[in-house]
Write a protein that binds this ligand. Sequence first.
Ligand code: NAD
Ligand code: DAU
Length: 352
Amino acid sequence: MEYQRTIVVTGGAGFIGSHLIRLLLKKYADYRIVNYDLLTYAGNLGNLKDVENNSNYTFVKGDICNAEEVEKLFTVYRPDSFIHLAAESHVDRSIEDPLAFIETNIKGTAVLLNACRKHWGNDESKLFYHVSTDEVFGSLGDDGMFTETTAYDPRSPYSASKASSDHLVRAYHHTYGLPIKISNCSNNYGSHQFPEKLIPLMIQNIRHNKPLPVYGKGINVRDWLWVNDHADAIDTIFHKGKVGETYAIGGKNEIRNIDLVRKLCQLVDQKLGRETGSSEELITFVTDRAGHDMRYAIDPQKLEDELGWTPSVTFEEGLSHTIDWYLANSDWLDEVTSGNYQEYYELMYGSR
Ligand code: NAD
Ligand code: DAU
């Protein structure tokens, strides 16, 4: 079959990547989608079980840091676009092991950019779309929001590695004319998220009546966006955004961690038929994350005004769908938390 486009999604077996692939396959029957993923602890082909036999979907196991493997992707599939999500994504792990983040997030992005430059030059029918984070902008006080023009001020090894990758992507556009787009998004939540991140970790611990570790005083603020709405924003920017531009994506859902954890206790208790709020007894304030950014907030006005994107659900609706999914898929949670996860949990929380 002649495909209208061939898109390589890197990191497609991860949390956001798997939602994006599902959306692209549903909307674009004439696109070929190649999922290029190393299947680290965070990558799980079970996340894509429902689409794995789709004729225009292919999985290729490979490392973005390996130039030969990336070159082979071009020889075999001749992609016209990359949507680049592969990364080490967890801030706490970056504090334990910064070099892994520098390797994957910086070198891996550079390897992909080099290959795209070699095969595409400045051909405007091609596109390298880089998926990034609002954490590159640093930490906010009580007021203000990040926008596309906020100065970079990354403060964790994770955010510094992502900031570096953003700069490399812009440098390849500026220097070589490589067609690129970048988006910086706030905290995602939804199904299939690895339970190292706040929301699935708390749901899992509430289920098992385990302590709920809240860092510091729990007063840090995050802005939450349902993962399907992030995937929809990426689709919108990929198709309608301007080449060379950056788009900020956010849910306008700011909440303090402690208030979110209390909300989760109430919702999960209700859904499990427990006394509402009884799980709040499990909340345990633990040693703060080193260098913990206080507040993130994104103003997505450019994306809304220029490209007409808006989130499809409220935070309440999204959270309710999310909890329902984890409770209905407790085998998924139990499976991904067996094995190495126990060692990770001990390392992160054992002496906190
Ligand atoms: P994730 O950790 O769930 O998934 C990362 C995926 O990348 C996994 O499938 C993993 O196997 C793969 N991967 C890791 N190293 C690789 C390598 N060397 N080669 C090939 N594949 C590799 O991450 P996520 O939460 O889905 O985030 C995806 C992207 O979105 C990341 O770039 C992240 O920085 C960015 N982002 C995440 C959020 C969020 O809230 N999760 C918000 C904004 C931006
Ligand atoms: O803002 C976008 C970023 O959001 C993404 O770029 C990252 O890939 C993603 O991991 C996420 O980073 P955070 O550090 O904000 O997410 P995390 O779920 O790890 O933590 C959310 C907040 O909850 C943060 O303030 C730390 C706090 N926290 C987290 C954990 C895991 C706790 O209080 N206890 C915990 O056990």
